[in-house]
Design a protein around this ligand. Structure first.
Ligand code: AMP
Ligand code: MG
Length: 324
């Protein structure tokens, strides 16, 4: 792969205009959303999409989320059953991705769907993402702006650290407010399946859609519905242990809530789940740096398994999964 100069672009009209020009020219640009930083490519340009897979080292079977500025721009790309229209009306713009039957006429590079008959669509709310998508005027494929298998970036510096030399630019929009990747729900005529938990919980989805939301198949022999959801994802370099209330000697302890005296770092001193989500990936990166100087091990205090805690624990379990 040729070494590129990766520019850090300011979050102003000039930075957005430069980013839009680069994307329209088939280059790759990382940009902030309210969830995490995404790595954008023109979703209609097969070469740009191929370059995106290469820059991330992303397996070819892992499809991409296509980003649009509004629901009207999303409409021609997929068939929206009534449930999907209700979810789009309720949660777009916002941290929700809908996996829908792809429209035959959708002008998207086939690799976006990685061989599936579906396409994942999202309308992000972040003002910079909105401004960029409006300026590009094309659907933008944007997986998280990290090398495949690594922690998602929630700061421009994290995207830069992972992808510098491999992409054209990063827009610096500061820290991402939510900090966890979007909720992904697959919608077909009959049902709604939660493929990835996120800030919008299954209860809210079911209420807005007027239909139950089932969890994606957990049967290891079932076909994989969201390949990016395979176990060893979001991995720090260190070995990570969960539900740690008493750290082992040499283990970097990441606390949650009061009562974690002696923890090197904390997801939230007060036990605030929104704060913990926003800080999760940056804290794991910081823990990883500390662990690299010591025993190479991280222990994370228990995080309650409700509301945003469900999505936080989903990411923590993947970070703790045994590595291949
Ligand atoms: P990322 O954008 O890095 O958060 O990854 C995108 C996630 O969306 C991955 O887990 C993909 O497997 C999932 N995804 C994207 N498109 C589809 C699709 N057509 N069907 C199922 N999952 C998808
Ligand atoms: Mg990702």
């Amino acid at each position: 792969m040729t070494q590129l100069r990766t520019d850090l672009l300011p979050a102003d009209p000039a930075g957005i205009a430069t980013a839009a020009r680069l994307l329209r020219g088939g280059q790759l640009v990382a940009f902030p959303t309210e969830t995490v930083y995404g790595l954008g490519a023109d979703a209609g340009n097969a070469d740009a999409v191929a370059a995106l897979y290469a820059a991330k080292g992303r397996p070819a079977e892992n499809p991409l989320i296509v980003h649009l500025p509004d629901a009207a721009a999303a409409q021609p790309l997929a068939r929206f059953p009534p449930h999907a229209l209700r979810l789009a009306a309720a949660f777009w713009p916002g941290p929700l991705t809908l996996v829908l039957p792809r429209a035959d006429s959708a002008a998207l590079a086939p690799a976006v769907s990685a061989g599936r008959p579906t396409v994942a669509l999202r309308v992000p709310a972040h003002p910079l993402a909105q401004a960029l998508l409006r300026a590009v005027r094309r659907p933008v494929a944007a997986p998280s702006a990290n090398r495949s298998g690594k922690l998602s970036p929630t700061l421009a510096a994290d995207a830069m650290a992972g992808l510098s030399g491999r992409i054209a630019a990063v827009i610096d929009g500061g820290a991402c407010a939510i900090g966890l990747e979007s909720t992904i729900v697959a919608v077909d005529a009959a049902q709604l399946r939660l493929l990835r938990p996120g800030a919008i919980g299954a209860d809210l989805l079911a209420e807005a859609a007027g239909a139950p939301v089932t969890a994606a198949a957990q049967d290891p022999n079932a076909p994989v519905e969201a390949p990016g959801q395979l176990a060893t994802h979001y991995a720090p370099e260190a070995v990570l242990r969960l539900d740690v209330t008493a750290p082992d000697p040499g283990e970097v302890w990441v606390g949650f809530g009061p009562g974690c005296d002696g923890a090197a770092l904390s997801l939230s001193d007060t036990g605030d789940l929104a704060e913990a989500a926003a800080r999760l990936f940056a804290t794991l990166r910081a823990a990883d740096r500390l662990a690299a100087e010591g025993g190479g091990r991280i222990g994370v205090a228990p995080v309650p398994d409700h509301h945003l805690g469900l999505a936080i624990n989903d990411r923590l379990r993947r970070a703790a999964a045994p590595r291949e």
